[in-house]
Design a protein around this ligand. Structure first.
Ligand code: ZN
Length: 301
């Protein structure tokens, strides 16, 4: 008898453990990049089961779905992804699903306002999160889609969305104040790949990426030579590594500049296509943006 009671209590414990991890009454939402995961978390809060596929330091251009990801995607009620072919290797997976549950954040934006690009099959630069005004539109888009899925949480999503938009406005003002301290001739941002074009357009920086828009194409010797000449000509003080891209290309660029008797420092590691570690300040969109801008401005001053 004692044994039976013990087994029953073990079974109950197992079940209750399972329930604390995943609440089956909630909507299963799957997101791709860490930027989108952070956004959806801010709006959905405790009303959804949220699973992000990519972690910090993960390059979305090269990311392939694992077997576990495929089952997460299959079990999802809604999937939020960036779109514009950012997740180059997942496009087919989303297309295969051929149902309405996969939602591209880029659909929140008017295509005529995007930066064009011949590198991507979408014909647009997909790094849209670096324009804070676009991210505000993305916020409203997530509010709308979550509300369509869970109408009874309408007020909660609406409140979360407007609170988050207020935080994004505060962020933008803060960043503008920091960037104003950098003279316009020093606003040249050289990074491993062209993730910062929207940032450059919004904050008046000239942006040059060594690798082009996608990390799927490697920089050639000629690219390194051309860019090192540009750095010397414009007296660029610092160039930047990215957390989701191997740093060897930027180190090769630094070596090329030094071989011509000039110096350029590596100004730090920027978060481009992935946020920092979960649980840190840089693991949020707002923290990432502040960190990037402080790093850029301090190194180029
Ligand atoms: Zn990128």
């Amino acid at each position: 008898m004692r044994k039976i009671i013990l087994s029953i209590s073990i079974i109950i414990t197992l079940f209750s453990c399972k329930n604390t991890q995943k609440d089956n009454s909630k909507l299963n939402v799957v997101t791709t990049t860490t930027m989108i995961t952070d956004l959806v978390k801010n709006i959905g809060g405790d009303h959804i089961n949220l699973q992000g596929l990519m972690g910090s330091g993960v390059d979305p251009h090269l990311y392939k779905a694992s077997e576990g990801d495929v089952s997460k995607l299959a079990n999802a009620d809604i999937i939020f992804y960036n779109g514009l072919h950012l997740e180059g290797k997942l496009v087919e997976v989303f297309e295969k699903m051929k149902n309405k549950k996969a939602i591209a954040i880029a659909d929140a934006l008017d295509k005529s306002t995007l930066i064009g690009s011949e590198y991507f099959a979408s014909n647009y630069d997909p790094h849209i999160w670096f324009n804070i005004e676009y991210w505000k539109q993305a916020t409203q888009f997530v509010v709308k889609n979550l509300t369509d899925a869970i109408p009874e949480q309408k007020e909660s999503f609406k409140t979360n969305g407007s609170n988050y938009i207020k935080q994004l406005d505060v962020l933008r003002n803060k960043l503008e104040t920091v960037i104003e301290t950098l003279p316009s001739e020093k606003r040249i941002l050289v990074t491993a790949h062209d993730a910062f074009n929207y940032f450059g357009k919004a904050f008046n920086f000239e942006v040059v990426g060594l690798q082009g828009l996608s990390t799927a194409t490697e920089a050639g010797v000629q690219d390194v030579q051309n860019l090192s000449a540009f750095i010397i000509e414009h007296q660029v003080k610092a160039i930047f590594v990215e957390s989701s891209v191997p740093k060897r290309t930027i180190e090769a660029l630094q070596a090329a500049v030094r071989s011509k008797d000039h110096d350029v420092t590596i100004g730090g590691t920027l978060y481009s296509d992935a946020l920092g570690d979960a649980g840190t300040i840089e693991g949020t969109y707002i923290g990432m943006f502040e960190y990037n801008v402080n790093t850029i401005v301090n190194a180029l001053k």
